[in-house]
Write a protein that binds this ligand. Structure first.
Ligand SMILES: NC(=O)c1ccc[n+]([C@@H]2O[C@H](COP(=O)([O-])OP(=O)(O)OC[C@H]3O[C@@H](n4cnc5c(N)ncnc54)[C@H](OP(=O)(O)O)[C@@H]3O)[C@@H](O)[C@H]2O)c1
Length: 295
């Protein structure tokens, strides 16, 4: 099959591209950075250089593809996060319609079932709805929980304050996913084939923030590493001070309040979805230790 991937050589798209190429597919990878073209080509893929904000570029990059993988990249510079995410979803929908693509694997978020959710999750739900309006297009939404790699963002907290923390307690139930497992799920859906519009939850592990602190702490030689619960205001100020723009920082804090309430996992539980990911916290801890030591 001819498959076009958004997400460049990011956490999910790179391992996904490798799997698809190994399985004999012809893969095109979209990147906004022409410097990435040699790395993309070294994988055995074709590089399509341009921005997902450019509908005519996207339409051209999707043309002739049997399937596209859509994801909305993080954008700390967005003036309005909701508009950026939902607008990107509209770009994808338009480009899919104009290019005649009939199969889509879309990266979505756990919590997309909620009527009221933190901004990035509410926006991911709107992207699902936008794509689902496409007639005669089969779509598989991969709803994912908290990425393990998010913990890389807390390395400076460990180095500067000797703790891990956020605005939810150490015994909060956390569903976690490794990008490799998302890539594996996407590749599996592509090879099994799917019809209609449906969702799949992808989860690698279940834990708590304190267990995460203990496992990551042990991997970096700090087995006593403590998880500290901050107030919403303390968390907001801390995230802003670390250089994250206020609107994005607000959405992180908002996500923390939903984690506290457990609402994000309700539909996953209601559907009695098994935890199928194979990449567990202990495995990620080795990658985390490497990043912690070597940057
Ligand atoms: N973090 C979580 O807990 C979580 C949970 C659920 C869902 N998600 C979803 O997962 C996404 C992240 O996926 P990921 O980790 O695989 O992504 P990632 O590693 O951040 O990679 C995204 C890539 O997209 C490319 N990109 C950025 N802006 C672009 C543009 N305007 N046009 C074309 N390409 C652009 C960038 O590469 P180039 O520089 O080469 O263009 C970037 O490396 C989030 O944005 C969110 O939608 C995250």
């Amino acid at each position: 099959m001819k498959i076009t991937l958004t997400g460049s050589l990011g956490n999910i798209s790179k391992p996904l591209a490798k799997k698809l190429i190994n399985n004999g597919h012809l893969v095109t990878i979209i990147s906004s950075n022409s410097d990435k073209a040699p790395q993309i080509e070294a994988l055995g893929a074709k590089a399509a250089i341009g921005s997902i904000t450019d509908r005519s570029f996207l339409t051209e990059a999707f043309a002739g593809a049997d399937l596209v993988y859509t994801m909305v990249p993080p954008n700390f510079g967005a003036n309005n996060l909701y508009q950026y995410i939902t607008g990107t979803g509209q770009n994808y929908a338009e480009a899919i319609k104009l290019s005649g693509v009939t199969r889509v694997v879309n990266l979505s978020s756990m919590g997309a079932h909620l009527e009221s959710a933190p901004t990035p999750i509410a926006a991911a739900a709107e992207v699902e709805r936008t794509l689902n309006k496409l007639d005669n297009v089969a779509i598989k939404h991969l709803r994912c929980p908290f990425f393990f790699v998010n913990y890389y963002g807390l390395i400076s907290m460990i180095k500067n304050m000797g703790i891990l923390g956020s605005n939810y307690p150490g015994d909060t139930r956390m569903l976690l996913v490794h990008p490799q497992d998302i890539a594996a799920a996407a590749a599996e859906e592509i090879s099994n084939g799917f019809t209609g519009k449906s969702i799949r939850y992808v989860v690698s592990d279940q834990s708590t923030p304190q267990q995460v602190a203990t496992v990551l702490g042990t991997a970096i030689g700090q087995p006593g590493l403590k998880w500290v619960e901050f107030t919403d205001e303390q968390a907001l100020q801390g995230i802003i001070q670390s250089g994250v723009p206020a609107e994005i920082a607000k959405s992180f804090v908002e996500t923390g309040t939903f984690l506290r309430s457990g609402q994000l996992w309700e539909d996953f539980d209601a559907q009695r979805t098994p935890v199928t990911g194979i990449t567990k916290l202990e495995y990620f801890a080795k990658e985390f230790a490497d990043k912690y030591k070597n940057g």
